[in-house]
Design a binder for this molecule. Structure first.
Ligand SMILES: Cc1cc2nc3c(=O)[nH]c(=O)nc-3n(C[C@H](O)[C@H](O)[C@H](O)COP(=O)(O)OP(=O)(O)OC[C@H]3O[C@@H](n4cnc5c(N)ncnc54)[C@H](O)[C@@H]3O)c2cc1C
Length: 375
């Protein structure tokens, strides 16, 4: 019988998991509280298709990104585009690693790069530069793709507040499902992972097309990255983008919803000052357009873990999202756990190994007792 699966959350994770499970013949329903898909973090971020360069302090994240990158391009070939000059820069005085160490880490991870001496914008206080192949995710195209593809199974503007489950199923909005996937990035279920919620503020700028993407690593630094609109860039800063750390989703949403113009102006000043340290012409090249506000969910710790994992409680799977490129790992974990439920048919199967050995011994015309004596 076809198994029914409810998915909570229409971000990248919910959409990808829904689409993958549908393709495998599951009967899927996707619940999203907003009136469109990719409305929260998935539609409000830096839109970088990572390869791992952002994470010199976490091997698991680098490896998931490296592998997820090629799978993303294969599966969603029309949903990202290359960036002409995509540059990672290690500054001289403010980075936690020097350029040689940074290169060693990336070489050991097997992610290709080219070291370069300069780029088309003037830079200051730099230890080393490399060009990489990370891409831009095309968010409007992605929204259109999933809205069309998942049309039949979508319940938009439906917020799920309660679910219940027994041994045989999960009840979501009064309907029984075989399983439920919580893809709300921590906003619905409790988790065993020690995590916190971080409201965030990025800034949009307008600039001439073709300026480089500049990511300064590693530590409390910043990045300037193009969007799907070639003249619009985001500026994100490790010290200035977060608006605090909160234990609950409610607290984080309150802070996100209370952002006002004076906060945006203060952040704009701080972030531009930071950018001027390495991009002296920032003010001439970039014109402020407006803020982007979202909420990140992160595991507690300073090692920059952004890997993806899935926990299971009965018939409910809770996804701890990594980056967008790590969507594939979530689907695989869920499928593997669903498959493992079929393993109870194996409980009373006796071992036939001794019979197999005896058969071979008889076939060879050997005397079993002799075996022990001869060895
Ligand atoms: C500032 C910022 C920059 C980032 N930059 C990048 C980047 O450049 N590259 C990258 O790969 N990743 C980046 N990320 C991370 C990326 O955005 C996340 O990994 C990804 O969006 C997580 O997707 P998700 O589907 O798990 O969560 P979300 O996109 O948050 O989706 C969860 C969905 O669940 C819905 N929901 C919640 N509760 C309920 C409920 N009770 N009932 C119904 N629906 C519910 C929400 O409305 C939401 O649509 C960034 C994140 C932020 C915040």
């Amino acid at each position: 019988m076809t198994q029914k699966i409810a998915i909570l959350g229409g971000g990248w994770y919910g959409c990808h998991i829904a689409s993958s499970l549908m393709a495998l013949g599951f009967s899927v329903r996707l619940f999203e509280q907003n009136n469109r898909l990719l409305a929260e973090a998935s539609g409000n971020n830096q839109f970088r298709l990572h390869l791992g360069f952002h994470y010199p302090r976490h091997a698991g994240t680098r490896i998931q990104s490296r592998d997820g990158f090629s799978r993303f391009i294969e599966r969603y070939s029309e949903l990202s585009r290359p960036v002409e000059q995509n540059i990672y820069a290690v500054p001289k005085h403010t980075s936690l690693v020097d350029f040689d160490t940074y290169k060693l880490i990336m070489t050991a991870t097997g992610i290709p790069y080219h070291t370069i001496d300069s780029c088309s914008i003037r830079l200051a206080n730099i230890d080393g530069l490399m060009r990489v192949d990370e891409r831009v995710i095309l968010i409007d195209k992605a929204r259109h793709y999933f809205s069309t593809h998942l049309r039949q199974i979508l319940s938009l503007e439906v917020r799920i507040d309660d679910i219940s489950q027994d041994r045989k199923g999960v009840f979501v909005n009064g309907e029984r499902f075989d399983y439920m996937v919580d893809a709300t990035w921590g906003h619905f279920s409790e988790s065993k992972i020690d995590r916190f919620f971080e409201p965030t503020l990025l800034l949009y700028f307008e600039a001439e097309p073709g300026l480089p993407a500049l990511t300064f690593v590693d530590g409390p630094l910043y990045s300037i990255y193009p969007t799907e609109e070639r003249t619009i860039y985001t500026l994100s800063s490790v010290p200035h983008t977060p608006l605090g750390h909160f234990k609950t989703s409610e607290e984080a949403r309150r802070v996100r919803d209370s952002v006002d113009s004076s906060l945006v102006e203060a952040k704009l000043k701080a972030m531009v000052e930071q950018a001027l340290e390495n991009v002296p012409d920032f003010r001439d090249k970039f014109r402020f357009l407006g803020p982007q506000i979202a909420i990140k969910t992160k595991p507690v710790g300073n090692n920059d873990d952004r890997s993806c994992s899935v926990e299971r409680q009965g018939r409910v799977f809770t996804v701890m999202s990594g980056k967008i490129d790590t969507i594939f790992f979530a689907t695989e974990r869920i499928l593997s756990m669903i498959e493992s439920d079929k393993d109870d048919i194996l409980q009373d199967v006796p071992s036939s190994l001794l019979d197999t050995i005896r058969f071979k011994v008889d076939q060879l015309g050997m005397k079993v007792n002799q075996l022990g004596m001869d060895v």
